[in-house]
Design a protein around this ligand. Structure first.
Ligand code: B12
Length: 492
């Protein structure tokens, strides 16, 4: 059996980092972990190839080679996925589809031969068993969540690692919180399910064996969902594993209550975490109450962010406008908050209601749903009828993006952040492309760019005051270029 694993192209979005990746000659952020995990669950004797359309093209020859195409996608890849499925049909290749897009919207994919939905640890063996005896069904689904201690090491070797900026690995799935707009719990449940420390170390070892020394992204829904286990098992194992190694900084996603635990922050930093993504959402307490984000309430959110930064972890933040409680003052309040917090990478979106969430149910009941979500939560679109006038909301949203990604405010924010941030202790691994990236940034941002005065000011200010953070300052200048390009596409 010959299986072609295909990952459709991402549009040019906030999270694609396309404009930034060019500086280090990379094609995409991370390889598709879902497909690489599925590949490891297929029979060893089957021939497997990966085509990630974000780094290479899918040719007719590839399709002719394959007996089956296994496709995965997120909602944001909906249109690209449809095109690939149509090409497979035209080439007479059977399609097996899975992953978040198909799990959420399977009814819309009539052309797909087999929909193997939810987590493959449960549904894929059922499909493979039926296929082996010639009676494969069209849809496989399950309400259960698998024990991921049985999940195999992803087949990294199918991907050309040199084309990616970072590698994804997963320690846990699920989140204990219950924010009403988030579909993580609908897809992966409330109780965080974890892998074992030795399983995670085996995954890291397999990446190292393939020569990987760049960043590693723990793609957990909430890495601190089970603090006890973290402290007892996984973090000591990661700290031990890191000894004698250079590079391989870790980043992950956490809830803000990480800031309440100095001890945990310290061990995370020692284990090599230098960046965390946190859902901040809004400085407005009524809106936090409305969406049930109680872990963010009753605290000084800015101080919480700063505590994490002082513990050597950069904070990326997610923000939302368009809650029912929001008034037009929210736009300036968000801008002020983002500037003061020094959250350089601030993903601001309009409130959307993905299928399967409690918010979706509520708004459906109120007759306030208008469409399906676009899948890109930073494109200024929404599928809900907001309480605030739509025009006011759109204009306010645009003004947030225009301001926080204007060179002046952006570079000011970078300095606010660098003043607070304690440089991590991880030994640096020198990658030639990153060194060349510095020269490319000098040309693109320091000579050609509209931000040139801000760029040079940051350049010399960092060298004078925070020389160890100089590479990070240049990286952030490059991110700023990407964010501005993307915002131009969306709203300017
Ligand atoms: C890493 C990640 C990203 C990375 C990209 C990773 C990549 N290259 O694909 C980045 C940071 C870029 C990203 C961005 C976004 N993401 Co994201 N992301 C994740 C995250 C945290 C982990 C993905 C992962 O690797 N999981 C581990 C693998 C093993 O799981 P998996 O892919 O689901 O695969 C399993 C099954 O689905 C199944 N399976 C998967 N594919 C296939 C294929 C076949 C054939 C079969 C049989 C089975 C199968 O088997 C696997 C094993 O069980 C998930 C949450 C999660 N827990 O999965 C969200 C998630 C995928 N993201 C989501 C969203 C909404 C986004 C964003 C809009 C922003 C945001 N709010 O986070 C943007 C959109 C992208 C863009 N460019 O604009 C949603 C997607 C919902 C949907 N219906 O599509 C998720 C599910 C989180 C959520 N809020 O619910 N994301």
């Amino acid at each position: 059996m010959k299986v072609l694993l295909v990952y459709p192209e991402f549009p040019d979005t906030f999270w694609s980092f396309k404009h930034a990746l060019k500086f280090i000659r990379k094609k995409a952020g991370t390889p598709p972990l879902g497909l690489l995990t599925v590949a490891a669950m297929l029979p060893a004797g089957w021939e497997k190839r990966l085509i990630d359309v974000n780094v290479t093209s899918l040719t007719q020859k590839d399709l002719t080679w394959a007996d089956y195409v296994f496709i995965s996608a997120m909602t944001v890849q909906r249109e690209a996925a449809r095109k690939i499925i149509a090409r497979c049909k035209a080439a007479g290749v059977k399609v097996v589809a899975g992953g978040p897009l198909f799990t959420s919207e399977y009814a819309q994919f009539e052309d797909v031969d087999h929909l193997v939905l939810n987590e493959a640890e449960i549904t894929l063996p059922r499909f493979l068993a039926d296929l082996a005896c010639g009676r494969a069904q069209r849809i496989y689904t399950t309400p259960e969540y698998p024990d991921i201690r049985q999940t195999p090491v992803p087949l990294w070797e199918l991907a050309d690692l040199s084309r990616y900026a970072s590698m994804p690995i997963q320690f846990s799935r699920g989140c204990p919180y219950d924010c009403d707009f988030c579909n993580v719990t609908a897809l992966f449940g409330h109780r965080p399910r974890t892998k074992t420390a030795s399983q995670t170390i085996a995954e890291l070892d397999s990446l190292c064996a393939l020569g990987w020394r760049g960043p590693v992204f723990f793609v957990d829904d909430n890495f601190v969902g089970n603090k006890k286990q973290l402290k007892r098992e996984i973090l000591p194992a990661l700290t031990e594993w890191r000894k004698g190694k250079a590079g391989l900084p870790f980043c992950t996603q956490v809830s803000i209550n990480l800031a309440d635990d100095e001890g945990l922050m310290q061990v995370m930093a020692e284990a090599g975490f230098d960046t965390v993504f946190v859902g901040i959402e809004t400085p407005d307490d009524d809106s936090l109450a409305e969406c049930n984000k109680y872990q963010n309430r009753g605290r000084d959110l800015i101080e919480s962010v700063k505590r994490i930064q002082r513990a050597s972890m950069q904070v990326f933040g997610g923000f939302i406008v368009g809650f029912d409680s929001d008034t037009p003052s929210i736009f300036q309040r968000q801008i002020d908050f983002i500037q003061k917090s020094g959250i350089v990478t601030a993903m601001v979106g309009l409130l959307q209601a993905p299928y399967g969430t409690r918010l979706y149910q509520r708004l459906k009941g109120e007759g306030r749903l208008i469409d399906e979500v676009s899948g890109d939560n930073v494109d200024g679109s929404t599928n809900i009828i907001p309480k605030m006038n739509m025009e006011t909301l759109r204009e306010g949203y645009k003004s947030i993006l225009n301001q926080i990604y204007s060179p002046k405010l952006y570079y000011e924010r970078v300095r606010t952040f660098l003043r607070e941030y304690k440089s991590p202790e991880i030994a640096v691994y020198l990658d030639l492309q990153y060194v060349l990236g510095l020269f490319r940034s000098i040309y693109q941002l320091g000579i050609k760019g509209v931000e040139r005065t801000h760029y040079w000011r940051l350049f010399f200010w960092t060298l004078a005051h925070h020389p160890r953070l100089f590479p990070l300052a240049i990286t952030l200048a490059i991110y700023g270029y990407h964010f501005r390009k993307v915002c131009e596409l969306y709203v300017l």
